[in-house]
Design a protein around this ligand. Structure first.
Ligand SMILES: Cc1cc2nc3c(=O)[nH]c(=O)nc-3n(C[C@H](O)[C@H](O)[C@H](O)COP(=O)(O)OP(=O)(O)OC[C@H]3O[C@@H](n4cnc5c(N)ncnc54)[C@H](O)[C@@H]3O)c2cc1C
Length: 458
């Protein structure tokens, strides 16, 4: 059987390896760090369970369900209450995002004029050029929907700038509604009533695991067994004259005919610099936004707000540095000791890159002072933990789709080389798993079709 070398033990690399191994292909995963999971990290401090990267993911069944079951985690899944409110901060208050026609008509989040403006949505024409999310939403729904609904959502998912992100690349489902139906409303109704050719889409569930998000990569790592090598940073790679890929770490050399780089774009660019300057240039140009995740523990009686929801997003119009806060101990059990609450806030993003140079305790102070009046916080935090991700989330900016097409064209010139990580086709953990499963299937088909070749450590 042909062996596949996967570089990177984040969820993209681990899931690719797991799906390949399940199909019977031998795999070696080389991960630079001492733990599996990449940006998925869970730590325990003073009885609090803190996710310093992703805190949950949207689960629509499919291959994520197969993976969770396959690694034995079905019983560990915890699910957030679907009916919990999502708050947007406006005029110093937390206002629940409307969830139905009645709450939409009565919400103070949008003015009467903005609500009326929506009636005209089906009559706006499609744009002929690629648009940013901001241009798209202003054109179809009006400026208020951009400012008080979509822009905060873009901060929540991408920590991004809606003026710079491509609607096509960053929110393809929204873009597809217009492309298929000519209007978002027609699209939403059309899909609901007609259903998709493949049947109705399962409703998403927001999930985590009892032991926190890193439970998943840890379980995959356990399943992979000796196939995963930690503390194995790849320092060089090369294509041999016989077509095999040669990969070097400080302690081992490897060769295989199939190589998957499941790495952030900038790390893949560094490794590919000598192999393909063309690919390296494209990958180096993918922008990233910095984000600090600030975990704050409080005594329950020191927070006046009911914390009865997912959390709150702070729109850019408020001119606060904090992007949003998740009510972590409300969402999932076991995040805080009895009588205490855990909040996870995010600060920074594409519009505020200077946070990457700031001191962690200043960032925590900034977040506490932004949240204090909103949540009625009286005491000081009894727990404070800041994780600074200087290149946290890739930004699918205008032109991203064309860049990906150029990357794919260049990859066509390097048989056996594959690139798979969150800088393309979706940034969420669930997207990474979907994309990993698709790649594994493609590789399995092509390897089954070609001659088997033994792999080796040299
Ligand atoms: C703060 C934050 C909050 C987030 N919140 C959410 C959320 O709530 N829900 C959600 O679904 N998603 C969320 N995401 C996004 C999601 O976590 C990521 O998109 C996803 O985990 C990325 O996985 P990956 O495997 O593609 O990349 P990574 O996790 O970056 O993994 C890449 C791996 O490659 C390794 N590596 C790098 N160079 C080398 C080398 N030379 N040799 C060997 N190994 C190397 C790294 O050590 C790393 O482990 C969040 C991300 C961040 C940063």
């Amino acid at each position: 059987m042909k062996r596949v070398i996967v570089v990177g033990g984040g969820i993209s690399g681990l899931a690719t390896a797991w799906f390949l191994q399940r199909r019977g292909f031998p795999v070696t995963v080389l991960e630079a760090g001492g733990e599996p999971g990449g940006t998925i990290r869970t730590i325990e401090r003073d009885g609090f369970r803190i996710d310093t990267g992703p805190t949950s993911t949207l689960h629509r069944g499919g291959v994520l369900a197969e993976l969770i079951k396959g690694v034995g985690l079905d019983a560990d899944v915890v699910e957030a209450d679907r009916r919990a409110s999502r708050y947007i901060v406006k005029n110093g208050e937390l206002l629940a995002l409307p969830t139905g026609p009645l709450s939409f008509l009565t919400t103070p989040l949008f003015s009467g004029a903005a609500k009326l403006r929506l009636l005209a949505e089906p009559f706006y024409r499609r744009a002929l050029v690629e648009e940013s999310i901001a241009q798209f939403v202003r054109r179809r729904l009006g400026a208020e929907f951009l400012d008080w609904a979509v822009d905060p959502f873009v901060s929540g998912v991408y920590a991004g700038d809606a003026e710079r992100l491509s609607v096509q690349a960053a929110i393809p489902r929204l873009y597809a509604l217009e492309a298929e139906y000519g209007s978002l409303f027609a699209g939403a109704f059309g899909r609901a009533f007609r259903g998709k050719p493949s049947g109705p889409q399962p409703r998403g569930r927001l999930i985590s695991f009892q032991g926190g998000m890193q439970t998943l990569p840890r379980a995959i790592a356990k399943n992979l067994g000796g196939a995963l090598q930690l503390n194995a940073a790849v320092t060089a790679l090369e294509r041999m004259p016989n077509g095999e890929w040669f990969v070097r770490t400080p302690s081992s050399d490897h060769r295989a005919s199939c190589l998957v780089l499941a790495l952030p774009a900038y790390d893949a660019a560094r490794l590919l610099g000598r192999v393909s300057p063309e690919l390296a240039r494209e990958l180096e140009a993918v922008a990233y936004a910095p984000v600090a995740s600030v975990a704050l523990g409080f005594r329950r009686e020191h927070v006046t707000h009911a914390l009865d929801g997912f959390g709150a997003l702070l729109p850019r119009r408020l001119e606060r540095e904090t992007l949003g806060v998740i009510f972590s101990s409300t969402l999932f059990p076991g995040r805080a000791p009895a009588g205490k609450v855990l909040l996870t806030a995010f600060i920074g993003g594409a519009r505020n890159p200077s946070i990457a140079d700031k001191n962690k305790s200043d960032l925590a102070d900034r977040v506490v002072s932004d949240l204090r009046p909103l949540l009625g916080i009286r005491g000081d935090p009894i727990l404070q933990h800041v994780s600074l991700w200087s290149r946290a989330i890739p930004q699918y900016e205008l032109g991203h789709g064309r860049r990906i097409a150029r990357v794919d064209a260049a990859l066509g010139r390097w048989p056996g080389l594959h690139l798979r990580a969150n800088w393309r086709d979706g940034v969420s953990l669930a997207d990474c798993v979907d994309n990993a499963a698709q790649l594994a299937e493609r590789l399995a088909l092509s390897m089954n079709a070609s001659e088997p070749a033994a792999a080796q450590e040299v």
